[in-house]
Design a protein around this ligand. Structure first.
Ligand SMILES: [Zn+2]
Length: 375
């Protein structure tokens, strides 16, 4: 991982490079901030930079033997430490090394380190990973009893807030009384949950959220997505790539909802009762969660169309497909009908939750929409 592989964060990169260049790297460095901004990628890039045999223009070279070892997770003086889950049929609490294959897969798959992805890669999405006391024992062993090839042995630690108490107490000693030339580069999503004595021993750098355009660039580079849709998602992801990617999967579902919403509005406008009955049967065949999500979606689009009718595009948050439809549809949503349309969908959410006959319910929704669209 080179610094240039990472989106945004130019001032933090400069700060990290300056620390390494001045050879005053703190013994324990903590990069803290919200999930999904690339903190661990920065930590990896710093480790690679520190070990690089041919630093160039404030970055590692990417081609020297040390960089190659970093990029293939084989660097002898770099130790990864991260939370894991207990193995079946094992009495000993697990250590990071028990999951090194999964860890490398995770790093390659998700540079933004989504914990939910890690739990899936570990093979058990419902068990919270932890760092056990065995992990601190293992680190002590590696730092004290194995020789260095480079000047520094570097521990890249992810989520120290997930140490259990025993582990945290032993780890504190390791951070208070450094073993040899060792450096801890630690990243935390929830620094408030780190043992305060460990936290206070670390030199801390806050990693801010990414800009909307950094997040949008990441989306267009990594997914088949229109630039306008990427901007709309980035706008609500608050500077977190993991949040943006999560919303992208929600966006797939919203394509289905948009199709059903457009169908309802067209048929209702044309008063096509037979087709509307078919529409209500199709909606009633969705799962109950989907029916509620769909009604919430209709509520949102109604509001957005009303706003569009007020001709203040700055206030609109629509993706491109929604905007294309709404340009023509919004003139039908006005002060006279918006409230009653919104409450028609809102009431339907309550009714779905209350186990009503959904075929009748959605046909009733369709009839109301016919009447309200013309008012
Ligand atoms: Zn290099």
């Amino acid at each position: 991982m080179k610094f240039s592989d990472i989106h945004g964060h130019s001032s933090i990169k400069e700060q990290l490079v300056a620390l390494a260049d001045s050879d005053r790297i703190p013994h324990a460095l903590l990069l803290e901030g919200k999930q999904g901004t690339g903190k661990f990628a920065l930590a990896r890039a710093l480790a690679q930079y520190i070990h690089c045999e041919n630093r160039q223009n404030g970055d590692s070279c990417g081609v020297c033997p040390s960089c190659i070892q970093h990029q293939t997770f084989n660097h002898i003086d770099t130790i990864f430490s991260y939370p894991v889950i207990k193995k079946k049929n094992s009495t000993r609490p697990p250590v990071s090394d028990d999951y090194s294959e999964e860890w490398h897969q995770f790093l390659e798959e998700d540079g933004y380190m989504d914990l939910a992805t890690w739990m899936r890669v570990l093979g058990n999405p419902s068990t919270q990973p932890q760092m056990y006391v065995t992990e601190s024992d293992d680190l002590i062993h590696k730092l004290a009893f194995t020789s260095h090839r480079s000047r520094y042995k570097i521990v890249l630690m992810w989520l120290p807030e997930r140490m259990n108490e025993q582990c945290a107490n032993k780890m504190l000693k390791l951070i208070e009384e450094p073993l040899g030339d060792s450096i801890f580069i630690i990243t935390s999503d929830n620094p408030g949950e780190i043992l305060p004595t460990i936290y206070s021993r670390c030199r801390r750098i806050e990693v801010n959220r990414l800009s909307d355009s950094d997040v949008a660039d990441y989306l267009t580079e990594n997914f088949a997505i229109e630039p306008q849709d990427a901007v709309a998602i980035a706008h609500t992801a608050e500077g977190s790539v993991t949040e943006a990617v999560r919303q992208l999967s929600v966006a797939d579902e919203s394509r289905l909802y948009l199709a059903k919403f457009m169908e309802l509005m067209r048929l209702a406008y044309q008063r096509k009762i037979v087709e509307l009955r078919k529409w209500s049967v199709e909606v009633s065949e969705m799962s109950r969660e989907q029916q509620m999500a769909f009604m919430r979606y209709c509520t949102r689009l109604m509001r957005e169309n009303f706003i569009m009718n007020l001709h203040d595009p700055e206030l609109n948050y629509l993706n491109r497909a929604e905007a294309d439809f709404s340009v023509r549809f919004s003139p039908f949503i006005n002060e006279r009908n918006v409230e009653r349309l919104v409450s028609t969908f809102d009431n339907a959410i309550t009714d779905v939750a209350g186990n009503t006959n959904s075929k009748i319910l959605f046909f009733d929704v369709a009839i109301r929409v016919i009447l309200l669209l013309r008012s």
